[in-house]
Design a protein around this ligand. Structure first.
Ligand SMILES: C[S@@+](CC[C@H](N)C(=O)[O-])C[C@H]1O[C@@H](n2cnc3c(N)ncnc32)[C@H](O)[C@@H]1O
Length: 274
């Protein structure tokens, strides 16, 4: 199942690698759900899905509650008339100022599909500021939205910081964390999914929480770039490192390879004495 949103760092292309490493359990917890690629392609009985971007979570809740009605409403923004630069900037302004939550949710999808590269970028004041994308005919993801709606019957969506979400984990849960990655170089740190950054302190706090949950018998799988900092911070985990193709330009001409890790924090079983 493909996510219906374009989302930087989405895990659609490495789902199989994740599926192999993800332990089984009753409930999946994703503290950084993003486009939901992992949730959509796993089959846990329950799912606790969180992100600190309130616009994203409100869109998911609206689609979960309304299904086809909301899909039809969103479709009304996908035509030639709305694919114009001036209209885009008017609707972006409406998105940033409206108090109509349903309209805001529909516009979040409109901006995601009509904005530059599907970027979700806010300024320091929390104003969404991604420029117009100039696409010929932006795709309306009707069938992906319907699949998401159906799958969301097993989900609870919350807007929360990762520490709060991880604090809700209980025995029988499995946690998959896909945080904003540590930068590969000092100039390459894109972390504009929402206001507020995600620096070294948060990376360390996340690894510490993962270790604490693992000690309680709740396994945590984490994704990140494979860097010396990550290897030190994830020292308590079992690491699986692999190459991924990164597209760092919307034209697709600017590609390079980066190494990623999947780090599994899991309580070690005690060996029985002979
Ligand atoms: C790499 S993306 C997750 C991508 C997702 N796995 C997917 O397949 O689409 C990271 C996500 O973390 C969210 N995020 C950033 N800082 C956060 C925080 N402090 N607490 C919770 N979520 C956060 C961002 O809004 C973004 O959606």
């Amino acid at each position: 199942m493909k996510p219906f949103l374009k989302w930087a760092g989405n895990k659609y292309s490495i789902l199989e690698r994740i599926a192999v490493k993800l332990p089984s359990g009753q409930r999946l917890i994703e503290p950084f759900v993003g486009s939901g690629a992992v949730f959509l392609n796993t089959s846990f009985r329950e799912n606790l899905l969180a992100d600190n971007n309130p616009d994203l979570i409100f869109l998911y809740r609206t689609l979960q509650e309304e299904g086809q009605n909301f899909i039809d409403y969103c479709r009304s923004f996908f035509d030639e008339e709305h694919n114009e630069e001036t209209i885009y900037y008017q609707l972006r302004e409406t998105f940033n100022t409206t108090e109509d939550c349903r309209l805001k949710a529909a516009l979040f999808l409109y901006l995601n599909r009509h904005g530059y590269n599907g970027l979700c970028r806010y300024n320091a004041k929390g104003i969404f500021n991604t420029p117009f994308g100039r696409y010929k005919k932006p795709y309306f993801p009707a069938k992906e939205m319907l699949s998401f709606h159906q799958k969301s019957k097993s989900a609870l969506f919350i807007c929360a910081d990762f520490a709060e979400t991880m604090g809700q984990a209980q025995s029988g849960d499995v946690v998959y964390c896909d945080p904003p990655y540590v930068p590969l170089s000092p100039t390459s740190n894109f972390t504009s999914y929402s206001t507020g950054g995600f620096g070294e302190l948060q990376q360390i706090q996340l690894a510490t929480l993962a270790e604490e949950l693992a000690m309680k018998g709740i396994p945590v799988l984490l994704s990140n770039h494979d860097t010396p900092f990550v290897r030190t911070t994830y020292a308590a985990a079992k690491l699986n490192s692999f190459d991924v193709q990164r597209y760092i330009s919307c034209r697709g001409s600017n590609r390079n390879k980066a190494k990623e890790v999947l780090a599994l924090f899991k309580k070690k079983r005690k060996r029985k004495d002979a």
